[in-house]
Write a protein that binds this ligand. Sequence first.
Ligand SMILES: Cc1cc2nc3c(=O)[nH]c(=O)nc-3n(C[C@H](O)[C@H](O)[C@H](O)COP(=O)(O)OP(=O)(O)OC[C@H]3O[C@@H](n4cnc5c(N)ncnc54)[C@H](O)[C@@H]3O)c2cc1C
Length: 424
Amino acid sequence: MLLLTNLAEHLAPLVGAEFVAERNGVFVVSPKDTQEVAAVMGFADQHGLKVRPTGGRTKLSWGSLAEVQIELSLLRLNQVVDHPWQDLTCTVQAGCTWETLQQTLARHGQFVALDPLWPSTATVGGVCATNDSGALRHRYGSLRDMVLGMTIVLADGTIARTGGRVVKNVAGYDVPKLMVGSLGTLAIITEVTFRLYALPRHQQDFLVTAESSEKLSPLMRAIRESHLATQALQLHGNVSFLETVNGSALYIELNAHPEALQNEMLDQMCLREGLTLGFLGSAIPFNREALFRPDAVVIRGTMLPQYVAAFADYVQREGGASVIQSFGVMYANFPYQERNGVPVLRVVKDLWIDLQAAGGSLTVLHVPDALAAEYAAWPARMDTSSSTPKTGEAVLLANAIKQQFDPNQTLNPLANESAAQPVR
Ligand SMILES: Cc1cc2nc3c(=O)[nH]c(=O)nc-3n(C[C@H](O)[C@H](O)[C@H](O)COP(=O)(O)OP(=O)(O)OC[C@H]3O[C@@H](n4cnc5c(N)ncnc54)[C@H](O)[C@@H]3O)c2cc1C
């Protein structure tokens, strides 16, 4: 094991001395390309050092990760490498910000059809590692549907190119799908190839409000089942919490030529449900970012589409606010406060059990410092078939994959030891 005090001297030859810095006892290295990333990983793996890849550092609290000795910043790998717009694909380095990528693609009227959190600072690699997505998921699907290929660096420094640069590509295992959402635990993403879409030319945004989400549920179902060219459909529960309007709000984004009169069809659908269609400018009046308050527990939950409104009202009854994509991906917050004597983490745990019982899942994204110790004692996953928490099958599978990719636990080791145990 190397002496940590000498670590900078060992890292400097790999990336250049000016690209090694110490921050709170962690050595931050900033390689310029995939080869340098591989050199750092090979060195770390060989000497038993733990590494955290970082991009814009916007979502580092996601994933219960343990302390590391090296932070590997991807920010110098920030170029759009190739944009063959005729093929509707692009290849971009992982440290490029989402906003820069979209601005580059927009010159040819194209975009990656995904609206992640904090696009001006979040990087392509970070967005892929966290499997982030926003309201556009309704029309275009999730990130896994958009990634065609990747260049990754494995924990031991091996460089691997997976997938391809064309839309039709069916050979071999689809490793990029595994990398999406792996929270930097399996490999470092250095380059991504995306499929692209044309930018919407006739975007129209609408808002329908009601005192509860259940009141909006029939309209939401009717829109989902209609032939309207709906780009985004997103429910906002307890928006009064976000200081915008009272109650719940359904955000609807259409992309249809005005002569198709789809706004009139939508208006009629609202009237049938006793609701009023409101026309918005182009901007959504509240966003997922507003949920990430320092004093709140923030979670991501999944559920089947038929439960969306019920869970929005559930969160509201418990004093929280939510933003839910119509097909069942929810972001919600619960302020850190006692409510009727029930601690906020208990509320979250009950929601976790109810979501699992409804066929979904819950991931805690942010916990206020005051609750960190209590949260650290949580199990990795709740077994809903008994009242005793125990590690679920999904975590065992994730650990087995982790063991295959990173046997020395070099990359983003998990803080929760029970979740980090290799499976035999
Ligand atoms: C039409 C539609 C139908 C759907 N139907 C279903 C359905 O039937 N069932 C369902 O469950 N969802 C369903 N969903 C929800 C959606 O598919 C999921 O939210 C999505 O797949 C995200 O889950 P994920 O596990 O891949 O990603 P993530 O949200 O990134 O991860 C989920 C969990 O896995 C953990 N995790 C991820 N990677 C790792 C890792 N490398 N190591 C350790 N832990 C890790 C995360 O911490 C988190 O706990 C549906 C969505 C739509 C749009």
